[in-house]
Design a protein around this ligand. Structure first.
Ligand code: PRX
Length: 572
């Protein structure tokens, strides 16, 4: 196996000696650094915000720089304590209690962060939703979680199908309500009036913190359930891997609708007490370089698709910005091509550090540390306290350089504790001899570095987002013209994969470009723009097993001009 090895980064880092840390590591030592170590009672929002607000050396430090269009604001840790307390009071007054599910469906704004942390202070379980979700996607998540409250905006509230959601009692509107009635409350007015003191609900370390819905290859999105105890790993990886130190200005580009935007857009950086940058709006190369320059960002966490888009925007543009504050760049979500690592070296004079983890793992698992020699294209090594391996389909560990299932030995502090309401789904992750099986295939080289090879299942990764083909197929067949649909990921140079749908039309419908567009916008309107197939191909029929399951593997082989493999289970 040929790999390109880059020389080690130098500098003063927290994890100098990986091998030693790996031998002598104990999570309970990390826990001792938190205030709840003695009492056993904990609250994530207290540890992330109030702890710093009560520290005279920290309270006036900027915790949040926010920028979107003309709205440019900053909040110190003391401010953040005040506003998250106010949000907690607003929720408590509206009857929100420990364990209630409070969903947040809005674009990035300071109020999103107040609401999310305020809900956590009350002891509620928060459920962040990506603003691009349309009615069907919103319904699935609020229905499954039996959400009691929602924080949203006048624009997005129209996508909430209230008639289908009997448990949803309270809707907080940020951005204006004419008249408070029928459970619709004016979040901003209430925030202003609310008291700024609040005693956080002291919960157990195993009490619920957050639900992130994510896709598998079958069934509807599943609610991945995390508890407060996860903070131990958020904090430790923020130090080891993000390498956060006092004085850092940190920017995570992910939206809190995805796990990266909460674990490392909220929890990690604030547990580590650094200044956090949030930039709203869509991707634009200018705006992104502007953000790095304007705030003197020192640590930057983003995704391969974004790096590739910056790469294609050209190096000329960069010259207008001063990026000299940057000292550490990281990536997550999809394979980080060696080409992008090399571009990063040239463009920033820094190596982009890949990290691997999943919604289910809650925090980083396999990483490139600042002090480690990077092999461009490898995800790195498991963090101390995590045992990763490659196992065969019986759960036996494989030797180096053999491809197999990327698996982790349970357990670790931030591991999901359940799939909401679906025990059998949760159990299915551990069917191979008790290993947590990721669904990724990979190999480990003789130096212990892990190399991603692909997904074992049909899950699609497009622009770093995980899309379940089943969800898209189910929506497609709701369109009156669609008889059958099979959805695959098609390799794409910028987005990693794009979504391609094969569609067999019902009797009486003829293929046409107009129909393609109509079907695309149907999925867009119902689910979300990023899950709508970019390409649709009409076929007379689709390859199916005798039991009627669409064979996506065959569709993929057709698409890529590969051998179709064993077709013995295919119907005639
Ligand atoms: O296939 C792997 C891919 O993203 C999946 C997890 O997706 P999600 O739960 O949405 O979480 C993404 C952010 C934590 C994995 O099963 N993935 C994640 N990181 C990498 C990756 N693929 C290759 N390289 C990575 N560094």
């Amino acid at each position: 196996m040929k790999v390109q090895t880059l020389p080690p980064t130098d500098g003063n880092y927290n994890l100098q000696d990986y091998e030693e840390a790996k031998q002598n590591f104990d999570w309970s030592e990390i826990e001792k650094q938190f205030s709840w170590h003695e009492t056993g009672k904990v609250n994530m929002a207290y540890e992330a915000i109030d702890r710093h607000a009560e520290n005279p050396d920290k309270q006036n430090q900027v915790a949040l720089h926010y920028l979107d269009g003309s709205r440019k604001e900053e909040y110190t840790f003391a401010d953040m304590k005040k506003y998250t307390n106010k949000a907690a009071n607003v929720m408590k007054e509206a009857g929100i209690q420990k364990g209630d599910r409070v969903f947040i469906f809005m674009s990035r704004s300071p109020e999103l962060y107040f609401a999310l942390l305020g809900a956590i202070k009350v002891g509620a379980i928060v459920g962040p939703l990506f603003e691009a979700f349309m009615e069907g996607a919103v319904r699935d998540r609020l229905e499954d979680s039996e959400a009691k409250a929602l924080v949203t905006t006048p624009q997005l509230v129209e996508r909430v199908p209230f008639d289908d959601l009997p448990n949803l009692e309270t809707v907080f509107i940020h951005g204006g309500v004419d008249d408070e009635k029928g459970g619709f409350l004016d979040f901003d007015a209430r925030l202003q009036q609310a008291g700024s003191d609040f005693e956080p609900e002291w919960v157990d370390r195993e009490d619920g913190l957050i639900l992130h819905y994510t896709s598998g290859s079958t069934g509807k999105p599943k609610g991945v359930y995390h508890v407060h105890n996860a903070m131990i790993q958020h904090y430790q990886t923020a130090k080891w891997v993000l390498d956060l130190k006092d004085g850092d200005v940190y920017w995570c580009t992910a939206d809190p609708g995805w796990v990266t935007g909460t674990s490392y857009g909220i929890f990690g950086p604030w547990l580590a007490g650094v200044t956090n940058v949030v930039r709203g709006g869509r991707f634009s190369a200018q705006d992104w370089y502007d953000t790095l320059d304007r705030y003197n960002v020192s640590v930057w966490y983003s995704a391969p698709t974004a790096f590739r888009m910056l790469m294609s925007a050209g190096d000329e543009l960069m010259k207008d910005y001063d990026l000299s504050s940057l000292r550490h760049i990281l990536s997550v979500g999809e394979p980080l091509n060696p080409e992008v690592v090399r571009w990063g070296e040239k463009a920033f004079n820094l190596r982009i550090h890949d990290t691997w983890w999943m919604t289910e793992t809650g925090a980083m698992m396999i990483c490139n540390y600042p002090a480690m020699t990077i092999k461009a294209g490898s995800m790195g090594k498991p963090i101390p306290g995590v045992y990763g391996a490659i196992v065969d389909d019986q759960g036996n560990e494989l030797p180096p350089n053999r491809m197999g299932n990327l698996a982790i030995k349970p357990t670790w502090p931030s591991m999901m504790r359940a799939i909401w309401n679906r025990k059998e789904k949760f159990d299915s992750y551990f069917e191979l001899n008790g290993w947590y099986v990721s669904g990724d295939s990979a190999y480990m080289d003789e130096d212990g570095y892990f190399w991603f090879q692909g997904r074992v299942d049909d899950v699609i990764m497009t622009a770093g987002e995980r899309v379940g083909p089943f969800e898209v197929e189910s929506k497609l067949v709701e369109h009156p013209a669609v008889g059958e649909a099979g959805v695959i990921g098609k390799p794409d140079p910028v987005r990693g994969e794009i979504i391609k749908a094969f569609v067999a039309l019902r009797e009486g419908y003829e293929p046409s470009d107009e129909l393609k567009e109509e079907i695309q916008s149907f999925v867009k309107k119902e689910l979300a723009g990023h899950v709508a197939p970019k390409e649709i191909e009409f076929r007379k029929s689709l390859p199916k097993t005798r039991s009627g399951k669409i064979m996506r593997r065959v569709l993929k082989a057709w698409e890529l001009d590969l051998p179709t493999g064993d077709l013995s289970t295919m119907e005639d």
